[in-house]
Design a protein around this ligand. Structure first.
Ligand SMILES: [Zn+2]
Length: 116
């Protein structure tokens, strides 16, 4: 897994996020042929919803509990995964993330957050 560029911060990430990200990374490699690309983490430079778990100050333990994940169809395109393929991939990521995580399809990325 990697971040899309240096603007993405993984500081203050909840330790519980890493095993989940590893599981999700495997599914990316198997299903899409590229590694998990994190497009947003704990940086304060990106605007998220009010109360978002990207912002450490909003979580009970003051850790970042959300990552955004690229959902392009392949490594070689900017086109998004679409239709049944997207639904199928979303379901696989939900299973890989596990029951403590919520995986929300935001249209051009998945937001994965630790809710428990
Ligand atoms: Zn997000």
């Amino acid at each position: 897994m990697r971040t899309k560029d240096k603007s993405v911060s993984l500081e203050q990430m909840s330790p519980a996020m890493w095993p989940m990200a590893n599981r999700v990374d495997h599914v990316y490699r198997e299903e899409l042929g590229y590694e998990l690309m994190i497009t947003a983490g704990s940086e304060l430079t990106v605007k998220h919803k009010k109360g978002s778990f990207h912002y450490p100050e909003n979580t009970p333990d003051k850790f970042c509990r959300a990552i955004d994940c690229r959902t392009r169809a392949s490594k070689y395109t900017e086109t998004q995964l679409q239709g049944d393929k997207r639904i199928d991939f979303h379901n696989k990521i939900i299973v890989a993330a596990g029951e403590n995580f919520q995986v929300i399809d935001e249209g051009n990325h998945f937001n994965i957050e630790l809710d428990r």
